[in-house]
Design a protein around this ligand. Structure first.
Ligand SMILES: Nc1ncnc2c1ncn2[C@@H]1O[C@H](COP(=O)(O)OP(=O)(O)O)[C@@H](O)[C@H]1O
Ligand SMILES: O=C(O)C1=C[C@@H](OP(=O)(O)O)[C@@H](O)[C@H](O)C1
Ligand SMILES: [Mg+2]
Length: 170
């Protein structure tokens, strides 16, 4: 079984995915971590050294590689994964369950503003400009996330409870 989590930056994909996999007793792959392990570089360094187009091509290749594995997996994607090329189509074709962790702009803003450093797309955005940036970016990306098989409202819900809600969907 393959379960893929999608959603904007800081929606909780990595945290919830790790917890969900542990409770289901299956392997967890965070696509960002997988890319970093293969490149032996951080996402931040890949962006700064090679640029975003290189990252997106790599992300597409690694997504295909991970979805092609024969084992049951929980896969946490990066916030941009579903929004480039044919990635969301591939996720819908290959995953048994795709789940959009839906969070409001104020809640995303609260989380992202606390940890911009490791997110290349926002690390140079001022706190003043961040609300507009996230609002615009989410407007562009939400149509991709909304294609997921399940849409889960995660506002005001701790990670453990999000995991319980996901298990009810499976
Ligand atoms: N359900 C939740 N409630 C509150 N904070 C959360 C929840 N899920 C994740 N977080 C926190 O939000 C931040 C982003 O989580 P993360 O799993 O890295 O998101 P993503 O992988 O979608 O970018 C982390 O500091 C994490 O501890
Ligand atoms: O939204 C995006 O385009 C990105 C989100 C990040 O993953 P998280 O959503 O886990 O932060 C990471 O893939 C990269 O910084 C690009
Ligand atoms: Mg993540």
């Amino acid at each position: 079984m393959k379960i893929v989590l999608v959603g904007y930056m800081a929606s909780g994909k990595s945290t919830v995915g790790r917890l969900l996999a542990r409770q289901l007793g299956i392997r967890f792959i965070d696509l960002d971590d997988y890319i970093e392990e293969h490149q032996k570089k951080s996402i931040k360094t890949i962006f700064s050294e090679k640029g975003e187009i290189f990252f997106r091509k790599l992300e597409h290749q690694m997504l295909n590689e991970v979805l092609g594995k024969e084992e049951s997996l929980v896969i946490s994607t990066g916030g941009g994964t579903p929004c480039y090329g044919t990635n969301m189509t591939i996720i819908l074709d290959e995953a048994d369950h795709s789940i959009y962790l839906d969070l409001s702009i104020p809640n995303l803003l609260d989380r992202i503003s606390k940890e911009k450093e490791n997110r290349p797309l926002v690390k140079n955005i001022s706190d003043k400009e961040l609300p507009e940036f996230i609002g615009k970016h989410l407007f562009e990306r939400r149509p991709y996330y909304m294609q997921a098989k399940h849409i889960l409202d995660c506002n005001g819900t701790d990670a453990e409870t999000v995991v319980e809600k996901i298990k009810e969907l499976l």
